[in-house]
Design a protein around this ligand. Structure first.
Ligand code: C2E
Ligand code: CA
Ligand code: CA
Length: 723
């Protein structure tokens, strides 16, 4: 058998000095299933109520010692006495004592003598009302407690009266003083952070206009200046005619919640050591940057950087030192990306590179708005350079070798995961091949692009590794066949690919800002070579050096190369600088000044590849030139054609008129030579006489040569021209 728990029966306290009344009242109440206690005096009643507050008190007004008014007043002051229903029994039906009873806290009254049934019914009603009230109080207090826990407060804005009511809890949250608050919306808005005030006010206005509500976060500033974030909700209440008459809402202190949310977001998306975005945020960013389908006109690249030995170093020196180094790495990467790579050199100043930490020893960079995929190699190089200097751990210095893998969106995939995987594969390949620090994902490039990228990297090391060599090609007097001098032509002895022709690497050197370094290397080595020849007792030989446009436009060019030449035992008098027609004609008015300076330093000057550009004759005769080199294309035409060339004749004629030494390039046949000789060309250069050869192979040519030195021969041909 299961027993059903009954709610405890209510307790009624009858307070009356009249024992008969007490007995009659007890009988009626007990019939209503109430428990009953009796008190014959006011003091007994107070004692009993202090020990256990009854559920209802029936109180007589007229008692000796302490009358009902005094008892009522005291009962109300007892703990839990505030809400107990008190029914006054009075024989006096005058209005004064009734109203006085209410004033001291009576709940209701009944006139004595009364029918027992009437009393019990009245008590029942009062108990029911009291239960309802107490339930309401409970639920209110629970609501208040819940609101307190949720740091939630309520407000109501009467749109008709334009008055705002703000609950105490809301006042607490908003930092408003409930007493000072003047019910105006302006006072409500006054606590909002200045920067957010307009948006809160707009949201409220908009909600009224749309007949909807609002939901927003805003900041408020507390009197001590601390900022808090509140979350506010508002809803419009419409009357029966559909008119908005009121807006109700809540405010909630969301400061801690938002801080927690921000922390959760940070932990999910950022690396806690470096505060860089992590892999997941990086992938998200890449996905945003690359539109689906991959047909994006914006050229991007995904670059991953791996640090070798990081784990070993971190194990050796401890994780704290490991973290410190990683922070240093990040600083260098950020610097390289902002200054050396992305910000200035690459043409996308408004789109910074997006740097992320993929794992302990791997970083990823998203580059966008590149002008060509190969530009990513520049960034790779900047990164490599940044990481190449040692890191300091206490007194020890450690170096990492870094490797880089690059994948190009579109070519190497459009899916972010695939792209990252491919970049990591490229990184792995770079590591395993050993000699390469940077590797593009293989299918991302056609073969020539791949070659170019790898050449670019190798080229940077070529000077330091002494991989350049000079070959010299004789320039020969067309009549006497005497050697007048040589043109120095650079070659690159690549450790894997063998001898590489300048046409393959000079354009790269020019783009990568290596050309000046390379050009100066040539000047130094030619000067040194001339000194060797001189020491070996050979007559001084004029050597022509090719100057690229970039070098020619360098500031203080003349002074700089003059001192280089002297420093290395050469003499400008024995050097001719070759500048192509197009270089000379670009910015021709400035060209004249530079040419004069070079001339003043003693250098001879030649216009190279003549006939391929569009020379302005007006300038040509103002340039202080010594030599005109006819481009090989015209010499080739001689072989193909009838053996005559009006253009060639015109060029030679013009050169003679300008009193220039005229050298024809690329002479391969006797027929060509014969034609050139007939036209009055001064000298020639070409396979017919000799290919460009290393300096050692020239020794015998120079020894066999008749003692006439180059300058005498030049003077002779000049005389011949003049005559
Ligand atoms: P260039 O100044 O016009 O040099 C002449 C080129 O013609 C050389 O090519 C030479 O080997 C080639 N050549 C000479 N005789 C003949 C011939 O009979 N038949 C054929 N088919 N070719 C002949 P190379 O050495 O490959 O150089 C190519 C270009 O690279 C040069 O053209 C020059 O513009 C540039 N270059 C070479 N060395 C340097 C250098 O040290 N600095 C700079 N800035 N440019 C250089
Ligand atoms: Ca040349
Ligand atoms: Ca040439």
């Amino acid at each position: 058998m299961t027993s059903v728990a009954h709610p405890p029966r209510s307790l009624a306290l009858i307070v009356d000095d009249d024992p008969t009344f007490r007995m009659l009242a007890r009988m009626s109440l007990e019939q209503e299933d109430l428990r009953v206690e009796e008190a014959s005096s006011g003091q007994t009643a107070i004692d009993l109520a202090s020990a256990a507050m009854p559920d209802i008190i029936i109180l007589d007004l007229q008692m000796p010692v302490m009358d009902g008014f005094a008892v009522c007043r005291q009962l109300r002051r007892l703990p839990r006495g505030e809400f107990v229903p008190i029914l006054i029994m009075t024989g006096l039906d005058d209005v004064d004592s009734i109203s006085q009873a209410f004033n001291v806290g009576a709940t209701d009254f009944i006139v004595k003598p009364c029918h027992g049934l009437l009393l019990s019914q009245r008590v029942r009603y009062m108990l029911r009302a009291s239960e309802i009230l107490s339930a309401l109080r409970n639920s209110e207090s629970r609501l208040a407690q819940a609101q307190r826990l949720a740091q939630l407060g309520g407000w109501e804005w009467d749109l008709v009266q334009n008055r705002m009511h703000v609950s105490d809890a809301a006042c607490r949250i908003l930092g408003l003083s409930p007493i000072a608050f003047d019910y105006s919306q302006a006072a409500y808005l006054a606590h909002v952070h200045e920067a957010d005030r307009a948006s809160v006010s707009n949201a409220m206005r908009q909600a009224i206009a749309d007949g909807t509500g609002f939901d927003l976060d805003y900041r408020l500033v507390e009197t001590d200046g601390t900022e808090r974030i509140v979350h506010a909700l508002g809803e419009l209440i419409l009357d029966d005619s559909g008119q908005a008459h009121c807006m109700v809402g809540t405010v909630q202190d969301a400061t801690e919640m938002r801080a927690k949310e921000a922390k959760i977001y940070f932990l999910a998306n950022y690396d806690s050591v470096t505060h860089l975005p992590n892999r997941s945020l990086f992938l998200h960013r890449v996905a945003q940057a690359i539109p689906p389908g991959g047909d994006d006109p914006i050229i991007s690249a995904l670059v991953v950087v791996g640090l070798d030995r990081y784990h070993r170093i971190s194990d050796m020196y401890g994780s704290q030192q490991g973290d410190r180094i990683i922070k240093d790495v990040v600083k260098r990467l950020q610097h390289a990306l902002a200054i050396d790579g992305v910000g200035t050199q690459l043409p996308h100043t408004d789109t910074p590179a997006f740097l992320a930490r993929l794992s302990d020893d791997q970083f990823a960079i998203l580059l966008t708005h590149l002008s060509a995929p190969e530009d990513s190699a520049k960034v790779a190089h900047a990164v490599m350079t940044a990481l190449s200097t040692p890191f300091q751990i206490d007194s020890a210095s450690v170096t990492f070798s870094a490797h880089i893998g690059i994948a190009v969106p579109g070519v190497d995939g459009t899916d972010v995961d695939v792209l990252l995987r491919n970049a990591l594969t490229a990184l792995q390949t770079a590591k395993s091949t050993g000699h390469k620090s940077c590797q593009y994902y293989s299918t991302s490039m056609n073969a020539s692009l791949a070659v170019r990228i790898s050449l670019e990297q190798d080229l940077r090391a070529a000077i330091a590794r002494n991989q350049f060599v000079l070959h010299y090609q004789p320039q020969v007097d067309i009549l006497s066949e005497n050697i007048l001098g040589f043109e120095a032509l650079i070659r690159w002895r690549h450790p894997v690919r063998g001898l590489i022709a300048p046409s393959e690497f000079i354009p790269i050197a020019e783009e990568e800002d290596l050309i000046i370094q390379m050009s100066e290397w040539v000047i130094i080595h030619v000067a040194q070579q001339q000194r060797v020849w001189h020491k070996n007792g050979l007559a001084p030989s004029a050597v022509s050096i090719n100057l690229s446009g970039l070098h020619f436009r360098q500031r203080h060019l003349a002074g700089r190369i003059k001192s280089l030449v002297y420093e290395h035992g050469g003499d400008p008098q024995n050097l001719e600088l070759e500048l192509t027609e197009s270089v000379l004609m670009t910015d021709a008015s400035n060209t004249i000044g530079t040419l004069r300076e070079l001339k003043d330093c003693g250098f001879r000057l030649a216009i190279d590849d003549f006939g391929t550009g569009y020379s302005s004759l007006a300038y040509l005769h103002r340039f202080p030139l010594d030599t005109l080199k006819i481009d090989q294309a015209f010499v080739k035409d001689l072989k193909l054609g009838t053996g005559d060339s009006p253009i060639m004749r015109a060029i030679i004629g013009m050169g003679r008129a300008l009193k220039l030494h005229i050298v024809a390039e690329g002479v391969e046949t006797q027929d060509q030579l014969a034609f050139l000789r007939m036209q009055g060309c001064t000298a020639y250069q070409g396979y017919l006489f000799s290919k460009p050869v290393p300096a050692e192979q020239l020794q015998h040519l120079l020894r066999d040569r008749r003692s006439d030195d180059a300058s005498k021969i030049v003077a002779r041909s000049r005389n011949r021209l003049a005559g």
